[in-house]
Design a protein. Sequence first.
Length: 478
Amino acid sequence: MLLRHSAIYLFARGVPGLIGFATIIIYTRLLSTEAYGQYTLVVTGAILVYALLYQWLSASLLRFFSQYQNKPAELFTAILIGFTFMSFLSGVVGAVLAMVWWGSVWGWLIVIGVFLTWAQAWFFINLELVRSRLAPIRYGLISMAKSLIALGLGVVLVLWNFDTYGALIGLFAGFLIAGLWASWGQWGGFYGGRLNRELVRSLLNYGLPLTASFAVAVVISSTDRFMLAGLIGESATGLYAASQGLAQQTVGVLMTMVNLAAYPLIIKTLEHSGPNAARAQLRKNAILLLAVGLPVATVFILLAPNIAAVFLGKEFQNAGVKLMPWFAVAALSSSIRAYYFDLAFFLGKRTYALIMVMAVTALLNVVLNLWLIPMFGILGAAYASVAALGIATGITAILGHRVFRLPSLHGDIIKLFSATLGMATVLFLLPEGDGILTLVFSIMLGVAIYLACVIAFDLCGVRKVVVQVLNFVGRARG
């Protein structure tokens, strides 16, 4: 079931991921580095507010929906009341900040950011509800609608000289329309529900530690952008965010697809079959995560010059060549932590332990940025991000094992690294070249070598599956 759901989520998140990739390509050609930096800061701020105020609602809905599936009224009532209160709180704070900066360009940007936060929160809450119902096709269609509307309308408005405002309004419209679609027919069980205070306490006990954890994770991933804007300027943030976005839209999104399919299955297995069965599911998840993320990150490291030349605007390319290898490592490390090691705390229902780990990491990230940005500029921010995320992964791996024992992966890790090394050797020996055809050829060759190595090393018994597929194809032709 994991492979089948992952294949569906490959489409469900893959197409929006490609659209997100296209967004970076287009906006780095239509917007200046300063305008792209402003766009990035508003989007990052909206994500941070979502993590602080709304993430606990999404996480709690995903965790408790299976338990309340046959009687959802009380759960839905608690979620909607929480959403309304958090939206009121963020609106008040946003209004105050907008008045403070009303004399500058940031006055209207903050107003748009507030509306963007509301629409984004409603969208993600409803998307998690769709995911909880194990409906990956609907999930994918809604995600694609959001991405298409955001990019299409945003490009039109940017071409009409609305620049940063146009890109942000397009994104807001995408979240709003897709969020309304996602909520259609989903909340029927809300009617007649009452506020169950015991349930609210359960949601808070589970969700608030996750809010702290997720918020700190967002702080780690966004601090560098705000500090670059403060220490160097908004143009530096634009250069930095474009390269970071390319890596995240490939390494991060591909690994997210695996988690989207795996996490609900892990929860369901734990609820119905116990910890040992859940560990077996976790092992499959971890292997698939690494099998996807490790080779993609390696491609970004080795082919960074050509990737930057093909996908980034001219103003962004030089920075991209230097930054993308670091961001590929950061995205790989962050995804392994979030989608594997962190699950020990979630499954063990001891999410409070994550708070201190991530808080220490966030503090370290700030200190490293203050130290390294003045010394190395935008590269210093990348160094700080890789170091902080790597430390967070190591700490959660050590502590999480004590909360919920994770399965051993030693033998498969060796096979995965060996397959990736084989691919990397071939790519490293290729003659230098540029252009999209050269890039496509290099990637296709790397994929072929990697898959051949995976089959040769018989990772997770894949050789048997390949033989069965070949036999099936042979019988079909016969």
